[in-house]
Design a protein around this ligand. Structure first.
Ligand SMILES: [Zn+2]
Length: 597
């Protein structure tokens, strides 16, 4: 496709998980984990509510070992498959691992049910016991599910039926969009290919991409509207069965954050919509347009043709990380030296990027498709941020290693910020500096404001589905258009095409309520980074301690240790003011370069 980057030979080495898809050890582990889960049931079923804290510790250790082994099999299957999705052996391996996971889950669900039935006095004794110190947060946080958990049989039934219910509909959605062909001029493109054309400097290309993308979505409208309605109704049923008062309650509970904090976040971001509109007016002037259309939002200020080699990318990320804290540079360096990264492009490899924590007894891996653009360097910094976080938090064990979604994006976004500052410092041409700053603002808008406007859409569609019943495609388009219009005001002309662009966004179906977590993470990082600039002394050590704590404490308590209070009604405004400063900086840089008044 493009010129070589040096990433052509960057393959990961998965042998720390298993040596091969047909390895004897993998086959025997599949049997072993089911036996362990069955034995766990024989030993502990019916006893959870009456265990001493010492026995409870033994029980949790066994449960942890089962989860670790199951997680190792699942991770190996998913990682192998994602690098080679057209390989039927790996597809089969992944499906078997999914079914194995469901089987293990059904065998273990009694533990949760019995733990939640345990009376409050006994539960409190375990939570406060020194013996169970290493599980305290997990035990405390899980008790919040007491009013929302059903009987063991009902839980097993729901788990079994969701394989052919909710999970099947989500997979159908993924496969429908995965197989969709989007017309672009004489070609037919995939979703990722056509969406990447919205970043092209040539306006005609962006417009044609917008037309082609819309044409295909309209063709799928009946199918996708049906999938949305089915999943909205399925969620309504589940929420009712589990006594959740609103569509977002379950998400806030798993994010370990109060409804009030989330409402405050959303309202604070909405109050800054006018700053976004001000930025788009600047962008329109700089691009020299009379009107800025929705397909112009990602237009770059200038064409940057230069390719960043893999070696340069590695150096940029490692020097940024080491400059912040030597330990962070050392850990990130391990990913390169020990082949924990897969970056080479090849047919059949899944698109996108992720960091997989795998299981605490192994180590994280990073997955990406490196094409040599500056954006890819940011992606590498982002995923290595996750990687370093996961590496450090492993020591908390499988129940407390991962953080809830609210703080899961902290290290990744912070890592991007370090690299952005490093690259800015290296640039000398003021126009290039401005172009990079505007890319940063575009990214921040996408992460903070666009996600909050999507949260407003989710709120509107879940509420409408509950109050009005089945929703027509046009009704969904209307709700989408209203919530997007609120964000852009008259600074961006939203075309009729854009009315249909709710249909392809996977988060709405994969993880309802997810999107506000991005805004949470980005604004938290802006505040953290500001703190680092104000008082660098000792900050990096405190930050690394924050990462090492993983999910062993409530998110608001973790960030309080570093001096931030997310429950303060003014908290989000601090980050938003920093965003406004970036916009002011861009306006000033543009004026100084004589580009726009
Ligand atoms: Zn991320």
């Amino acid at each position: 496709m493009s010129q070589p980057t040096g990433a052509e030979h960057i393959f990961w080495d998965l042998t720390d998980l298993y040596s091969a898809p047909d390895a004897a050890e993998l086959q025997s582990d599949k049997k072993k984990v089911l036996e362990m889960a069955a034995r766990f049931g024989e030993v502990w079923r019916g006893r959870i509510a009456s265990l001493s804290s010492d026995e409870f510790l033994t029980c949790l250790n066994e449960l942890e070992a089962i989860q670790d082994l199951g997680g190792r099999i699942g991770s190996y299957a998913y990682l192998s498959w994602s690098a080679d999705t057209e390989n039927p052996t790996l597809g089969k391996l992944l499906q078997e691992a999914t079914e194995l996971g469901s089987e293990i889950g059904q065998k273990l669900v009694f533990f949760d049910v019995e733990w939640l039935k345990t009376d409050d006095v006994t539960a409190k004794k375990h939570i406060e016991s020194e013996t169970l110190r290493g599980y305290r947060h997990y035990l405390e946080a899980s008790r919040r599910y007491k009013p929302h958990t059903l009987s063991e049989e009902q839980e097993q039934m729901l788990q079994a039926k969701s394989v052919t219910g909710q999970q099947a509909w989500v997979r159908f959605f993924d496969e429908t969009l995965g197989a969709a062909k989007f017309p672009f001029r004489e070609e037919e493109l995939s979703e990722q290919e056509i969406l990447s054309k919205l970043h092209e400097p040539d306006r005609d290309i962006r417009k044609d991409a917008s037309d082609g993308f819309t044409t295909a979505l309209k063709g799928l409208s009946r199918t996708l509207t049906f999938v949305f309605n089915t999943l909205l109704a399925d969620k309504k049923t589940n929420d009712a069965l589990r006594n959740y008062p609103s569509w977002i309650s379950a998400r806030n509970l798993s994010n370990e954050i109060s409804d009030a904090t989330v409402e405050n976040l959303v309202a604070s971001v909405q109050a800054y919509y006018p700053v976004v509109q001000r930025y788009y007016r600047l962008k329109r002037r700089l691009l020299g347009y009379d009107k800025l259309y929705d397909y112009d939002r990602y237009a770059p200020l200038m064409q940057t043709e230069s390719t960043v080699s893999w070696e340069e990318a590695r150096e940029m990320v490692l020097s940024s990380y080491s400059g912040f804290h030597p330990e962070m540079g050392r850990i990130a360096g391990e990913f390169f030296e020990k082949n924990w990264i897969d970056a080479a492009l090849r047919p059949g490899k899944r698109s996108g990027a992720y960091a997989a924590s795998t299981v605490p007894s192994v180590h994280p891996y990073v997955f990406m498709n490196y094409t040599g653009q500056l954006r890819d360097v940011q992606t590498l910094a982002h995923e290595l941020g996750h990687g370093v976080h996961q590496y450090l938090s492993r020591k908390n064990g499988i129940f407390q290693a991962d953080t809830p979604l609210t703080t899961a994006e902290t290290a990744s976004v912070f890592g991007e910020m370090l690299v952005f500052q490093n690259i800015t410092a290296r640039l000398t041409d003021p126009k290039e500096k401005l172009a990079l700053l505007m890319e940063k603002i575009d990214d921040t808008i996408a992460t903070v404001f666009r996600q909050v406007s999507m949260n407003r859409f989710e709120h509107a569609m879940h509420t409408a589905r509950r109050e009005e019943g089945e929703l027509a495609s046009e009704r969904l388009s209307e709700l989408w258009f209203e919530t997007q219009r609120a964000l852009y005001g008259d600074s961006v002309e939203l075309t009729d095409n854009y009315r249909n662009w709710w249909m392809y966004i996977p988060h709405f179906l994969h993880t309802p309520g997810y999107v506000y977590a991005y805004a949470f993470g980005e604004l938290l990082v802006l505040s953290l980074y500001n703190m680092y600039q104000q008082q660098p002394q000792g900050f990096a050590d405190r930050y690394l301690q924050l990462l090492s704590a993983g999910g062993s404490e409530w998110p608001e308590k973790l960030v309080a240790r570093i001096g931030l209070n997310v429950e303060d009604p003014q908290f989000w405004t601090q980050g938003l003011q920093l965003f406004e400063q970036l916009v002011v900086k861009a306006e000033e840089a543009a004026a100084a370069a004589g580009l726009a008044g």
